[in-house]
Design a protein around this ligand. Structure first.
Ligand code: SF4
Ligand code: SF4
Length: 109
């Protein structure tokens, strides 16, 4: 069960979670960050580091935030605006740097 980042990240993006992740699977969009569900090892280390309670296990997201379970996945599997192909499993956010664009769902928030 991977962890996901919900809408509470928007407007904060302090990246405290990134420093805690042992596999560097938290990637930076424009307004929020996203966890790659295929690279996440479900360790939970990022969750207590988040000042806005934005990070949840996918089966425990708060009411109203359910769409972010699929949306974290979409960030990696769909082709984001202005990009030539999906990010996929990039092997670490340090490798690719800030992506700088969000999913359609988050762009509309
Ligand atoms: S649960 Fe662990 S592996 Fe998954 S994003 Fe958080 S710190 Fe990284
Ligand atoms: S710690 Fe929370 S608010 Fe900060 S960047 Fe990570 S998910 Fe967003």
């Amino acid at each position: 069960m991977p962890y996901v980042i919900t809408s509470q990240c928007i407007g904060t993006m302090d990246k405290s979670c990134v420093d805690e992740c042992p596999v560097d699977c938290i990637y930076e969009g424009d307004k929020k960050l996203y966890i790659n569900p295929f690279e996440c090892i479900d360790c939970g280390a990022c969750e207590p580091a988040c000042p806005t309670n934005a990070i949840w296990q996918d089966r425990r997201v708060p009411e109203g935030e359910e769409a972010h379970v699929q949306d974290n996945k979409d960030f990696f599997e769909l082709t984001l605006l202005g990009r030539e192909g999906p990010i996929g499993n990039a092997g670490g956010s340090q490798m690719v740097g800030a992506i700088g664009v969000d999913t359609e769902l988050v762009r509309g928030l």
